[in-house]
Design a protein around this ligand. Structure first.
Ligand SMILES: [Fe+2]
Ligand SMILES: [Fe+2]
Length: 583
């Protein structure tokens, strides 16, 4: 019966007659390519091929209908056949033929050979089979029974069919491999394309005018489209020099900031401790953790199962971290099996590099602005020190000028220019003799001529400072008069720069309203009268009109604490807005 037959011939024997251990789940042992080739051989010849490991002789895949030939004696020739890589005859003892077909090796490097015995011609007499079995060292009676059930395959047919199957299978496998490689390349190209597109979009938004928070928000939104994460987030432990004064509330500079897209498993307040516990690797290199690490009992945030953490830094200066949290799963791979890998980490690192450079530039820009601001303040302090009776005059003139300029419709650039101009308008007084500058009584004509040199002196002091180019005309002409009787040039009406005409009015308002050693500051009523009388004579009438349109604001500026505004245009705009709403 077939079952008995199968049991008898399931596995080859060792020289001692013991059966060789076989592995029950052949498909899990053989590589898929080897398995496919054996299946092709079986379709052609029937289940007659044992698959052996040429190094040990161990049967990795037993055949249902194979003659139990002793393979141990033939291991050397088996190895040679595998090395030559084509089907060959191991033994030809007519009418029995032992055939070997090399198979693809296992992942661990096991050399595999499919072996089968064939009957190559019709069995004429039992003695032929018995003689051949004897020579092959297999049991003669078993061989005889086995041979009577076998299809006769001529020797040349066995070799040709085996060779054809081996070649066809190899070609099919090459095709499959190429297809897989093509799919990999396509996938890689798609990812690269998405990466380049994302980086291109990011670089288009790189400018000093672009706030860090805006660029980071764009980054997490775009990354959410290409990274299979439930949340993409950026965490800044402290905004430091990256804050945007006009978009963040007061005091935000030192605060942490979380910008997150999607279902973020951590609250803002948890991030500081979370990043700290991720360890010292975080500030230097990207960290990728999947369930292998986060399923550990020592993992401290069970709601975070997969994570990519990439530092946002410029050189050694660390600003924050870009994070992908929890895999969404892709296609058939559920999120409980999917893992973050190198591709996602590389994309995140590229984005983090651009963000780091932008943060570095913003910080540098703020530092330079701060330095510039300090220099301007040092200069205004020098003016105040020179004439302590007019202490705070420059700052008040700057604020009054801005209020008037805004009322007159000046744009942001002009507001910035006029603020600096107000601060620096009297810088030339540094070169005026102290005794003249501080003289409590009336000046002699010579002394007044000396004082009149301060606009030109101021221009010479500031000349060559690129950031102050637009300030120079205002400094030089802030003592011109609408009727042309001012100094140093005597420019008339609109010959005088508009911003200089504004500063002239602001300068006069502060001078008249401030106390002097030799007189008290004027009352509002008296000052208003002088302004009205001087409109069209001393001052541009349009600007005097503007004074009365914002009279209350000007009065508040004159009375407020002398705390200086910053020099950042957006910042002082915001500060002035605060002043406007102050009680
Ligand atoms: Fe002046
Ligand atoms: Fe002045």
């Amino acid at each position: 019966m077939a079952s008995t037959y199968h049991d008898q011939f399931l596995a080859p024997t060792t020289p001692s007659g013991d059966r060789i251990a076989t592995l029950s789940d052949a498909d899990s042992v053989l590589p898929i390519e080897a398995h496919q080739m054996v299946r092709a051989l079986e379709r052609a010849f029937g289940p007659v091929f044992n698959v052996i490991d040429c190094a040990s002789g161990q049967v990795l895949r037993p055949a249902a209908n194979a003659l139990p030939v002793d393979v141990f004696k033939r291991l050397a020739i088996c190895e040679q056949i595998v090395q030559r890589g084509r089907p060959e005859v191991l033994d030809d003892i007519s009418p029995l033929l032992l055939m070997g077909v090399p198979l693809p090796a296992t992942a661990s490097g096991c050399q595999l050979l499919a072996i089968a015995t064939f009957v190559t011609q019709a069995v004429g007499s039992a003695s032929e089979i018995v003689a051949a079995a004897h020579e092959l060292e297999v049991d003669a009676e078993q061989t005889l029974r086995w041979a009577q059930t076998q299809t006769v395959w001529p020797a040349h047919a066995v070799q040709e069919v085996s060779a054809a199957i081996a070649e066809k299978t190899a070609l099919q496998q090459t095709a499959v491999q190429l297809k897989r490689q093509l799919a990999d390349i396509s996938s890689h190209l798609l990812m690269t394309f998405e990466e380049i597109t994302l980086l291109h979009r990011l670089t288009e938004h790189l400018s000093i005018a672009k706030s860090v928070t805006d660029l980071c928000s764009l980054s997490v939104n775009w990354l959410s489209d290409v990274i299979p994460a439930k949340s993409v987030a950026i965490w800044f432990e402290s905004m430091g020099d990256l804050h945007e004064p006009h978009t963040l509330e007061h005091g935000a500079a030192g605060r942490a900031l979380l910008i997150a897209q999607g279902d973020c498993p951590l609250q803002q307040r948890e991030f500081g401790q979370f990043m700290e516990r991720l360890g010292p690797r975080v500030p230097t290199e990207p960290v990728v953790l999947n369930r292998g690490a986060t399923s550990s009992p020592t993992w401290f945030y069970p709601e975070v199962r997969e994570i990519i953490s990439v530092p946002i830094r410029d050189g050694n200066r660390l600003f924050g971290w870009l994070l992908a949290l929890n895999h969404t799963g892709v296609g058939d791979v559920t999120n409980s099996e999917a893992e973050f890998g190198t591709v996602e980490a590389c994309l995140m690192a590229s984005v983090a590099t651009i963000l780091g450079i932008h943060c570095g530039n913003i910080a540098l820009y703020h530092e330079q602005s701060e330095f510039f601001s300090s220099v301007v303040r040092a200069l205004t302090s020098a003016i105040d020190a020179k004439d302590p009776y007019t202490c705070g005059h420059s700052d008040r003139v700057a604020r009054l000028s801005v209020a008037l300029a805004r009322q007159l419709g000046c744009d942001t650039n002009d507001l910035n220019t006029i603020y600096l101009s107000g601060l620096l308008h009297d810088i030339g007084k540094i070169g005026i003799d102290d005794t003249v500058l501080r003289k409590p009584g009336a000046l002699t004509p010579e002394e007044f001529e000396h004082i009149k040199t301060h606009p030109d002196l101021g221009c010479r002091i500031l000349d060559g400072v690129k950031q102050l180019d637009k300030v120079l005309p205002v400094v030089r002409h802030h003592h011109e008069a609408w009727n042309g009787k001012g100094y140093p040039v005597g420019l008339k009406e609109e010959e005088c720069p508009f911003l200089a005409r504004i500063v002239a009015v602001a300068d006069s308002i502060d001078a008249m309203s401030s106390d002097r050693p030799y007189r008290k500051g004027m009352s509002d009523e008296k000052l208003d009268g002088i302004l009205r009388d001087g409109a069209g004579q001393q001052w541009d009438p349009k600007i005097v009109d503007a004074v009365f349109q914002v009279r209350d604001e000007l009065r508040r500026i004159g009375q407020l604490d002398r705390k200086p505004l910053s020099l950042d245009v957006d910042n002082w705009q915001a500060e002035l807005a605060t002043l406007e709403t102050a009680p």
